[in-house]
Design a protein around this ligand. Structure first.
Ligand code: HEC
Length: 112
């Protein structure tokens, strides 16, 4: 409950801030700051470092379009995985774009 109220408040603050920003300043569709905020749920399983761990794949440094497509595939139940279907099912298109912008901006780890 708290999370949703807080998120709504945060989203309106971010939207307000964004309105003041010239459109040209934005290079990606997603709101990276919102993505960073939403990512707290994801990083309980996915490593921010971009390392794979315990069968959970790395999701940093992906092209944003690809990230969005994969998340939509879970949301639309075209991809198997109960956990990711549930998580993606709760995210709006703009949440997904925000997450794509955030995770896409993180560097991949150097090759071992
Ligand atoms: C409870 C653990 C858990 C959480 C929380 C979680 N994931 Fe996942 N995620 C997984 C697992 C496990 C897979 C691999 C599923 C599969 O094999 O399809 C996965 C797969 C993915 C993939 C596809 C990776 C690939 O290489 O195909 C993406 C993208 C992704 N998750 C994004 C997210 C995002 C964004 C969030 C937060 C909104 C999130 N995940 C939260 C466990 C989690």
């Amino acid at each position: 409950m708290f999370v949703f109220i807080h998120r709504a408040v945060l989203a309106s603050i971010l939207a307000g801030g964004l309105a003041a920003t010239p459109a040209l300043a934005q290079t990606s569709k997603g709101d990276r700051e919102l993505g960073q905020y939403l990512s707290s749920e994801c990083v309980t399983c996915h490593q921010l470092s971009g390392k794979q761990s315990e069968g959970v794949p790395a999701i940093v440094g992906w092209p944003e379009d690809q990230f969005v497509a994969v998340m939509r595939a879970y949301k639309n139940r075209e991809r198997e995985n109960a956990v990711m279907r549930t998580i993606a099912g709760r995210l709006s298109q703009s949440d997904i774009e925000a997450l794509a912008a955030y995770f896409g901006s993180l560097p991949k780890p150097a090759a071992p």
